[in-house]
Design a binder for this molecule. Structure first.
Ligand code: FE
Length: 327
């Protein structure tokens, strides 16, 4: 049973997701998952006039043929499983809105999205689309540059309102993909920065030396050795590629949140969406329209960085600069 405030939060987010009278809603769960929101998602979707059904599959990364007609019938897919089957992207191309919900209830409520978050994220994405160069620096030693313009970015703001939009409640941030082979320089993952999916705070700085779009060397202490071992274990050069890049615009994130949870109980949107972070990542670029597949994707939010687009500051020392992106 959830509290009245949690119920109100679901109503708020499904309303922001423009759930309309008569729409088909599929709530997707995984057999081995906790699926803690299956009842409340169905209940609130019904209260708002939708036609909800709960669908549970064995493996959400390989959706069975029998589930496809139901998923295709959805106007809004509420994904409690974080499905990575390619069908999800295809559903988006066909106009299905997807809202992924994974975080524990108190994080969903603390980071409750607002309509105004979308406007701030849209402003940031507009800047990214117009830019041809992104440069990121930090006092810890990051000095990194990429060319932009060939691939597209993704915006997240915590609700799935527009046809085909994929989002996750909660989290507001913008990302883009660099032109293939263009990333150059070094990224220093400093003490206290976060590694996903490891869900670990870094305890000793890791220096990534990047040439022509790929990490060529990893230097540092124990954390660097662990990261290097992880990447090398795949025997696949594409896991060393630079993936999406961007910055966080969420209100009410807590950088320390991850330290209070067991790993299986938390997803990490506090770190990914943290206001003024630099979100670096590695691996694939499929969702930017590129062709690179990789068996591993790391999200690495960094604190205290400065991010510039064609020389114009978006974030300086972790502070968001453009007026229309600020809280
Ligand atoms: Fe990512």
């Amino acid at each position: 049973m959830f509290t009245a405030s949690h119920h109100a939060a679901w109503r708020h987010v499904l309303s922001l997701s423009r759930l309309r009278e008569g729409e088909n809603v599929i709530v997707l769960g995984a057999q081995a998952g906790r699926n803690q929101y299956k009842s409340i998602a169905v209940q609130v979707a019904r209260e708002l006039g939708g036609e909800p059904a709960y669908l549970e599959v064995e493996n959400p990364n390989r959706l069975p043929k029998s589930a496809i007609p139901a998923l295709r019938s959805a106007d809004l897919l509420i994904d409690l499983s974080h499905a990575h089957d390619p069908l999800i992207r295809q559903l988006g191309q066909d106009g299905v809105r997807t809202l992924t919900v994974l975080e524990p209830p108190e994080i969903l409520e603390r980071m409750l999205p607002q309509q105004s978050d979308k406007a701030r994220v849209d402003s940031a994405q507009k800047c990214i689309k117009a830019a041809r160069k992104m440069r990121v620096t930090s006092a810890a030693g990051t000095d990194f540059e990429v060319a932009l313009g060939e691939l597209k970015g993704n915006s997240q703001y915590g609700f799935a309102d527009d046809p085909g939009h994929w989002d996750q409640w909660p989290g507001a941030f913008v990302t883009t993909y660099s032109n293939d082979g263009s990333a150059q320089g070094q990224v220093v993952i400093d003490e206290g920065d976060i590694l996903f999916p490891q869900k670990e705070y870094v305890r000793s700085p890791i220096k990534l030396l990047i040439e022509d779009g790929y990490i060529k060397a990893i230097e540092g202490g124990v954390d660097a050795k662990l990261l290097k071992a992880t990447l090398e274990s795949y025997n696949n050069p594409e896991v060393f590629a630079v993936s999406h890049l961007g910055w966080g615009l969420s209100r009410n994130c807590r950088w320390d949140a991850l330290s209070y949870y067991n790993k299986q109980d938390v997803e990490g949107q506090d770190g990914r969406g943290f206001y003024g972070n630099f979100l670096f990542s590695t691996g694939p670029n499929l969702s930017g329209g590129g062709s690179r597949r990789a068996p591993l994707h790391l999200d690495i939010p960094l604190m205290g960085c400065s991010t510039f687009l064609d020389g114009v500051p978006m974030v300086v020392d972790g502070v968001v600069i453009p007026e229309d992106q600020r809280v």
